[in-house]
Design a binder for this molecule. Structure first.
Ligand code: APR
Ligand code: PHB
Length: 389
């Protein structure tokens, strides 16, 4: 088999890249280790920066998002029972789109099908070869048969546990990591959202988040110790703990119901440098992980895809290879901004096991700064709604 760009991984990063390249007349083949049903069964975050939403539209995958997504002008932070409103529209003139990542992935698959793109599911034993040459290739097993895909470039969009990043030699690759001493227990439930906008709650019992997928579907999270398992938490125990952490008036009026899904995710910040090596380019979770506190995971994947798709289009079209040569540099500058933001939101809003009275004092001061100063809210709003590409 032969193509122009081999894309490893059919998550949102791989699918969006494939879609944008195909639309520009560049041939791709996506190799995905799992089945489509498996990929579409994963529940992930749900806030799209305006730039991400715009990219989905440009990719021809934005119609359902525009029909069903919820446009939010702001969000709340809470400190005990006090709500602090972040008015994004007023602070920086921007908004966000609340639309589940699972739905984004579904829409991207539909858009890929509509243009007849090639996606091979259940592609096993993917290995990358000759990335330092002009003629790299990928080997894999499909339907029990060994296969070979020759290409000009390889895009490693295979998530944190993929093979692409590992292909960059240890002598070249640098990894930066911070692991947080807690996880998020998430619950999806067929109930109306607790408030009209998201609430990020700082409470002495730990962080909580009230989010949503639609006017009838809510998504909630509470900070839990890493030793907890989802089965340790009955629905009743979850709702009781969530209500204790949200402001009292929100807790009193919120509706609860059976959980549809319950899972625990650890929190981590991770960056791999460089994001390119020879003809390999990393995109999305393959190169970096953020804690979910700033809702940046999918949005960072989209910004990588923005830089990489435009660089490949410049290389294949006018023959300008400079943007491709600078891909890692361009993508990483924005990655580190999002790293800083999601780290600072995480540090601001959670209770840490060994938190000192001093550390707590700093959190309180920062929450007060946000409540008092428009300039502090503006900076948060600019980061939350997405820095420019
Ligand atoms: N070969 C082929 N495919 C692979 C391999 C492999 N060796 N390893 C992993 N994959 C696939 C996974 O099955 C998955 O479908 O790569 C895909 C990576 O998708 P994601 O993990 O969703 O990562 P990404 O597309 O970068 O999306 C980033 O989505 O995953 C969330 O939290 C993440 O919000 C972030 C955003
Ligand atoms: C979600 O709705 O799942 C969600 C929203 C905002 C976040 C994280 C997760 O910061």
């Amino acid at each position: 088999m032969k193509t122009q760009v081999a894309i490893i991984g059919g998550g949102p990063a791989g699918l969006l890249l494939s879609q944008l390249l195909n639309k520009a007349g560049i041939a791709t083949v996506v190799l995905e280790r799992r089945s489509r049903d498996y990929v579409l069964g994963r529940i992930r975050a749900g806030v799209l920066e305006w730039g991400t939403a715009q990219m989905l539209r440009e990719a021809g995958a934005g119609a359902r998002m525009d029909a069903e997504g919820l446009i939010h002008d702001g969000c709340y932070l809470s400190s005990g029972d006090t709500l602090i409103h972040m008015n994004f529209a007023e602070s920086c003139g921007r908004q966000v789109m609340v639309y589940g990542q699972t739905e984004v992935t579904r829409d991207l698959y539909a858009a890929q099908d509509a243009i007849g793109a090639t996606i091979l599911h259940e592609a096993e034993d993917v290995a990358l070869h000759d990335l330092g040459s002009e003629a790299p290739y990928v080997t894999f097993t499909h339907g029990g048969e060994p296969r070979r895909l020759d290409c000009d470039y390889v895009a490693g969009c295979d998530g944190f546990h993929g093979v692409s990043r590992q292909t960059i030699p240890d002598t070249v690759r640098r990894e930066f990591e911070k692991v947080y001493p807690f996880g998020w227990l998430g619950v999806l439930s067929q109930t109306p959202p607790a408030a009209e906008e998201l609430i990020y709650a700082n409470h002495e019992r730990g962080f909580a988040l009230a989010s949503m997928r639609s006017p009838t579907l809510s998504r909630y999270y509470i900070q839990v110790p890493l030793s907890d398992r989802p089965e340790d938490w009955s629905d009743e125990a979850f709702w009781e703990e969530l209500k204790r952490r949200l402001p009292a008036d929100v807790a009193q009026s919120m509706r609860t119901g059976p959980s549809i899904e319950k899972s625990i995710a650890p929190l981590r910040s991770f960056v791999c440098e460089p994001m390119q090596w020879g003809r390999l380019f990393l995109c999305g979770d393959a190169a970096h992980i953020v804690p979910p506190t700033g809702a940046k995971g999918l949005n960072l994947a989209a910004s990588d895809v923005h830089y990489l798709s435009s660089a490949l289009i410049a290389a294949y079209g006018p023959g300008d290879r400079a943007p491709l040569a600078r891909y890692s540099q361009d993508a990483l500058a924005r990655v580190w901004q999002a790293m800083r933001f999601s780290w600072s939101m995480t540090m601001l809003l959670h209770r840490f096991p060994e938190q000192s009275a001093f550390d707590r004092g700093v959190q309180v001061a920062q929450l007060e700064e946000l409540a008092k100063y428009p300039a502090a809210r503006k900076l948060l709003a600019q980061n939350y709604t997405g820095l420019p590409f």
